[in-house]
Design a protein around this ligand. Structure first.
Ligand code: NAP
Length: 489
């Protein structure tokens, strides 16, 4: 056993998972880390997304770090800019600014035999003992290649790269896509648009929820003064969230109840049989990432709104032509078409042991042992990586639990137990098999297409409940890893 040493750590990404990683390292006495962020500020998805109507449909009291509760959220479901501010405030509060490099996109990371050589777009090189890839899931916008799009003379926007300088009031707007984003942006733009046309390829179930409900100021004041109550409320929320995990992971009366509520949300708000027919999905509620809204159906019923479910044939210089031969004249096209959710850290040129690239390692789709360790890539961990519980367990919590697991490994490196730690192929295969088996009874597997599916056809989610996730990341299991000295590489 060698003397204690201090690890150099590179964290890639300053979103929820990067911030959780940095603070966890710091709280465990690791201070030699740098956070490389591609964007111009912290916040990840909440930095990049600022489209009109952006709101988080997870209650604010749950959509926060367990170690940094905010008492005074303005609404039960916080608006995007408030979440972005919260993340920036936490970042400041924990003194992370000196560790941050913004506009520092990692273009390459190469395993050296004992650690990593990480390169950013401007040619700066960081030598590290460990890399934590906290690069996010919903980061790379998906832009469909529609015929004629290049010839469109109006504005073209993707919700994930919104241009705040583009005027929307009094204009004829096409919105394509009806996930959580499309539903929010249509609801927000409709009141002041001249005309809004929502192009929907597959309708979604939209559960009614009071998305604009204010959080009572008195609640904020009480939670601020009584941290114990704040903690208790968080625990109550976590218990509630656990019931929701159950709803998606296996059939039960609870699942059926939520599904019935989704059907009722449509029936009660859309009386026109033709419009209701158009809005009725041909798959079970909850199969795709559930959409929540208190305003979408009302927006669609407005005089200046139209739902178009005929397929898009082509974009013309002045609008969109659909398969029924109609031409829809519009001034701007908003793509709410989601993300390439399975890219993770790519297109970065990530090269592991013996020259294996991440593209080769993931040729059949992204894979990682317990969401965080990839065979062939020693001393590299992902946070909210493949199979993360993006559809069920609160994200901040999943990121915190994973960051603690990684920190446990780094702690053992510090004490000199090993130079490199790499998950075994056998353990990764075993984990994949457990996941595949548990995915069978999930609602995500009941016959819809969604961003949860990888190109290879597997579902990139965690089909376990919170307790199982916590247990699997509680203590590193040596049997599942190769622990080596650098000399043996
Ligand atoms: P999404 O759920 O992947 O939805 C993309 C939409 O675009 C779908 O309706 C899809 O139709 C449509 N689409 C894609 N390509 C198309 C094409 N070529 N022609 C016509 N339609 C096309 O993306 P998202 O709405 O951005 O949401 C992604 C995730 O972000 C959500 O599921 C959620 O996890 C997260 N999110 C969360 C919040 C929140 O409040 N917490 C808000 C926004 C987003 P098909 O269904 O037919 O493929």
């Amino acid at each position: 056993m060698r003397a204690s040493r201090e690890p150099r750590i590179v964290i890639i990404g300053a979103g929820v998972s990067g911030i959780a990683s940095a603070i966890t390292l710091q709280r465990n006495g690791f201070h030699d880390f740098v956070i490389l962020e591609k964007g111009s500020d912290v916040g990840g998805v909440w930095h990049w997304n600022h489209y009109p109507g952006l709101t988080c449909d997870v209650p604010s009291q749950l959509y926060q770090f367990g170690f940094a509760p905010k008492a005074d959220w303005s609404r039960i479901f916080a608006p995007g800019p408030e979440i972005q501010r919260y993340l920036a405030d936490v970042f400041e509060e924990y003194g992370l600014r000196p560790h941050l490099r913004v506009n520092a996109e990692v273009t390459a990371a190469t395993f050296t035999g004992s650690g990593w050589r990480v390169e950013t777009g401007d040619g700066t090189v960081h030598e590290a003992d460990f890399v934590i890839a906290a690069t996010g899931v919903l980061h790379h916008p998906a832009m469909p290649e529609l015929p004629g799009l290049d010839e469109f003379t109006g504005e073209i926007l993707h919700t994930a790269r919104w241009d705040d300088s583009v005027a929307t009031d009094g204009r004829r707007i096409a919105v394509i896509g009806t996930g959580s984003t499309g539903v929010q942006v249509v609801s927000a733009l409709q009141p002041k648009a001249e005309q809004i046309t929502h192009f929907v390829r597959s309708p979604q179930w939209v559960i009614w929820a009071p998305m604009r409900l204010p959080q009572p100021p008195l609640l904020g004041a009480v939670l601020d003064r009584l941290p114990q109550v704040n903690k208790a409320l968080y625990q109550v929320g976590m218990t509630g969230a656990r019931m929701f995990t159950d709803v998606v992971t296996r059939p039960s009366w609870r699942r059926r109840t939520v599904q019935e509520y989704a059907r009722l949300s449509l029936r009660a708000q859309v009386r026109d049989p033709e419009l209701r027919e158009q809005l009725t999905p041909d798959y079970q509620p909850l199969c795709k990432r559930q959409v929540l809204s208190g305003s979408y159906y009302r927006a669609l019923r407005a005089r200046n709104a139209e739902l178009v479910t005929d397929g898009i044939e082509a974009v013309t210089p002045t609008g969109i032509r659909t398969a029924d031969g109609r031409h829809h004249e519009v001034d701007m096209i908003v793509f709410a078409t989601g993300f390439k959710a399975h890219n993770y850290m790519r297109p970065m040129n990530l090269v592991g042991r013996e020259g294996i690239s991440i593209d080769d390692a993931w040729a059949k789709g992204p894979r990682a042992y317990r969401m965080t360790a990839i065979p062939g890539f020693p001393n590299l961990f992902t946070v909210l990586g493949p199979n993360s519980p993006t559809g069920s367990i609160p994200l901040h919590h999943a990121a915190e639990v994973t960051a603690r697991y990684i920190t446990a490994w780094i702690h053992r490196w510090r004490t000199g137990e090993f130079d490199t730690v790499e998950v075994t192929e056998a353990a990764t295969i075993r984990f994949e098999q457990e996941v595949a088996e548990a995915l069978t009874p999930t609602v995500w597997n009941t016959g819809c297409n969604s961003w949860y599916f990888t190109e290879g056809g597997s579902i990139d989610l965690l089909p376990f409940d919170r307790a199982t996730m916590e247990q699997m990341l509680a203590v590193p299991d040596d049997n599942d890893f190769h622990l080596r000295d650098a000399i043996a590489n």
